[in-house]
Structure formats: structure tokens, C-alpha cells
Design a protein around this ligand. Structure first.
Ligand code: PLP
Length: 378
């Protein structure tokens, strides 16, 4: 519960964890310094920023110098895809189910002259590595395949993608915004070259993220300024944001295995209830390795734009797909790529404050709303 709302939209954003708020507070207050300043107040901020970088790097298996702070996942994805294309001038290959931060960066690279290749996925939303092998015959600046999908939760074969790219000497970017804090993510186990993360998806503040950049990978900056973030990203550092992100990630990583088990069970129970009670309900991504806290269901025969407002009226906050597309009635590119368009689709996503009672109550309401929608469907 969040006030009167049953909030099951944690893949859109999560509330701030108490430890993140506590860690941030001094940097919003008396430790307000600019880390670039050459005095004690600045040095205090610099120390905190670098310590946050070290803690985040350690949790991802990276070197601290390989972590660049950004203003969120969108900027990290833009820097990875566009920054890579502008540095290298080769082609860009991306999966058909990438977030718009990657898709639109690739489209922009296309406008600037890049050859852009979209890699198809199967009906579970999973990339076939053979499609990538084919694409790797062309010279590429970057391959972008997300770690886990934000709409349906499908986890991609990133280890295999990393191997294929490495064999060909091609830079591999993975958008791990939905994965970090929810499934094990390490750049040692999956040797990617670029990896995007975003604090607000695991209980950190909104508006801060990071791009992991493997040592030696050339990128053209997108934001020019005072040389912060090793010249890759100008702009006065968001120290409170970085500190909050580190605190949230530490907590999320510490709780990860237990929470994946807990939320996975709640998700599975909700899924089973819906499949049992609603005729024509299907689970998007069923049978694939999926994020434990995400459930995307499509209901055949119910118009796509009736369920979400009805659930909202009943105090259940969910999404019709990705938050960036909520409100849009055209089918999402993810469902189209999976061949699953045309039905009402709802994404439930659970998070660290979600209780069994929340999921049970939301399930009750969902079943009533689906029944009513079915009764009036044309
Ligand atoms: N990538 C994925 C997979 C996402 O789900 C999101 C947010 O919804 C983003 C990127 C963008 O992250 P941010 O909201 O931090 O800009």
C-alpha cells in the first residue's frame, strides 16, 4: 500500500529506501559542496562521491574508474549508443525490444548516417543469438541488448551475446536498468563493455544513474562542460544522488536473493490466480527466464484502453506496458515484436515494500475489473 493506493508499478519507479534517504540527507544540507571545488567543503563532497563510485563499482564487479555517473538510465543509454557511434562510425545493432532510450538513440545514429540493424526476438521476447551472429558480419560500433525487458520481464542471453561480441571485437552495451538489484549483475560474469543502470529502479532517488564503461572503450561525450566524470559528462556532480544510489544498491544487493524468492512467489501466485479465473488470459514471456517481480498479462477480447483506468479508479496502480508508454493506446513495440499485440495488456511489478496482502488485494480487484470489462466488451 502507498497511502490509499495499491502500488504495483515498481518497474516504473520505486519509493526511496530509508537508508538511501538517510545517506543523502547531509549532502542536501550542510555537506552541500561542489566536488570540483578546491577547499574543504568541496573535498568532503568529492570524498563522498568517490566512495559512492567505489561501492557501486564493487557491487557490479567493476573498477571505480569504469563508473560514470549520469542523470539516469536514459542518459546512460544515450551515451552508450550515440556516444559509441559518434566515436567509431560503424553500424548499430539492437534488439527489437529495447527501451526507447536505446531505440531513439539508435534512430538518431541512423539519421547521422549509421547503418541500424534491429534483431528479432521470439514469442517470449528472447533474442536468438543466431540473429546476432548474422549481424556481426557487418562492422559494428555497438551491439545493444538489454539485460532484462521492462515490459514483460524477459531476461536476455546476455552472457552469450557478450561472448559473440567479444569474439568479433565488437563493443557490447547492455541496458541493465531493470535488472540491477533484482537479478545478479556482474561485469565479471557477463563481460559486457557498457552497462546502464538507474537508481530509482532499486530504491534510490530519481534522476541519477550510471554507465559502466570498460577500460579502453572509446566514447564521444554527449554533454560538454567542466570535465567532470573524466570528461565524459560535464556538469556539477549530483553528490546526494550518487550517495543515495550507492546506499540503495547495497541494500538491494544484500536482500536480493531473499527478495527474488519472496516476490517471485507472490508474482507466481498472482499469475496462477489470473490464469485460473480469466478466460483467454495469457502471460507475456511465459516459459522464458523472467525477472521475478514482473508479470505482464494480456486478456483476449478486452479493448486495450479500458483496464488501466478502471484499475486506477479502484486504487490499483499498474502499467499498460512501459511507463513511458502508459496512456498510449497503440500496441507496444515489445508486444508487436513478440507477435502478441491486439489485447489488453497489464504489467504488474512488485517491489521492496510490496506485501502479500497488497498482491492478494490487487488480484481480487483485478479479477472483478476484468469480469466487468468482459461483460461490456463488444
Ligand atoms: N531502460 C529501461 C529498460 C527502463 O525501464 C528505463 C525506465 O523506465 C530506462 C532505461 C530509463 O531510465 P531513467 O528513468 O532512469 O531515465
Amino acid at each position: 500500500m502507498n497511502g490509499d493506493t495499491l502500488y504495483l508499478d515498481h518497474a516504473a519507479t520505486t519509493p526511496l529506501r530509508p537508508e538511501a534517504r538517510e545517506a543523502m540527507a547531509p549532502f542536501l544540507d550542510d555537506r552541500f559542496g561542489n566536488p570540483s571545488s578546491a577547499h574543504g567543503t568541496g573535498r568532503t563532497a568529492r570524498l563522498a562521491l568517490e566512495e559512492a563510485r567505489e561501492r557501486i563499482a564493487a557491487l557490479l564487479g567493476a573498477d571505480p574508474v569504469e563508473i560514470l555517473f549520469t542523470a539516469g538510465g536514459t542518459e546512460a543509454d544515450n551515451l552508450a549508443v550515440l556516444g559509441r557511434w559518434r566515436a567509431d562510425g560503424g553500424g548499430v545493432a539492437l534488439s527489437a525490444v529495447e527501451h526507447s532510450a536505446v531505440r531513439r538513440s539508435a534512430a538518431r545514429a541512423g539519421v547521422e548516417g549509421a547503418q541500424v540493424t534491429t534483431l528479432a526476438v521470439d514469442e517470449r521476447g528472447r533474442l536468438d543469438p543466431a540473429a546476432l551472429e548474422e549481424a556481426l558480419h557487418e562492422p559494428l560500433s555497438v551491439v545493444s541488448v538489454m539485460w532484462a525487458n521492462n515490459e514483460v520481464g524477459t531476461i536476455q542471453p546476455v552472457e552469450r551475446v557478450a561472448e559473440l561480441c567479444r569474439d568479433r571485437g565488437v563493443v557490447f552495451h547492455t541496458d541493465a536498468v531493470q535488472a540491477v538489484g533484482h537479478v545478479p549483475v556482474s561485469v565479471r560474469d557477463v563481460p559486457c563493455d557498457l552497462l546502464a543502470l538507474s537508481a530509482h529502479k532499486f530504491g534510490g532517488p530519481r534522476g541519477v544513474g550510471a554507465l559502466y564503461v570498460r577500460n579502453g572503450v572509446a566514447l564521444e561525450p554527449l554533454i560538454y562542460g567542466g570535465g567532470q566524470e573524466r570528461g565524459f559528462r560535464g556538469g556539477t556532480s549530483n553528490v546526494a544522488g550518487a550517495v543515495g544510489m550507492a546506499a540503495a544498491l547495497e541494500r538491494a544487493a544484500g536482500d536480493r536473493a531473499r527478495e527474488a524468492d519472496r516476490l517471485g512467489r507472490l508474482r507466481d501466485r498472482l499469475e496462477a490466480r489470473i490464469l485460473d479465473a480469466v478466460d483467454g488470459a495469457t502471460v507475456n514471456g511465459a516459459g522464458a527466464d523472467r525477472l521475478p517481480h514482473v508479470l505482464s498479462v494480456s486478456l483476449r477480447g478486452i479493448p486495450s484502453d479500458v483496464l488501466l483506468p478502471a484499475l486506477d479508479l479502484e486504487g490499483v496502480a499498474v502499467s499498460s506496458g512501459s511507463a513511458c508508454h502508459s496512456g498510449a493506446t497503440s500496441p507496444s513495440h515489445v508486444l508487436v515484436a513478440m507477435g502478441a499485440e491486439g489485447d489488453a495488456t497489464i504489467r504488474f511489478s512488485l517491489g521492496w515494500p510490496t506485501t502479500a496482502e497488497d498482491v492478494e488485494a490487487a488480484g481480487d480487484i483485478f479479477l472483478q475489473v476484468a469480469d466487468r470489462a468482459r461483460a461490456v466488451a463488444p
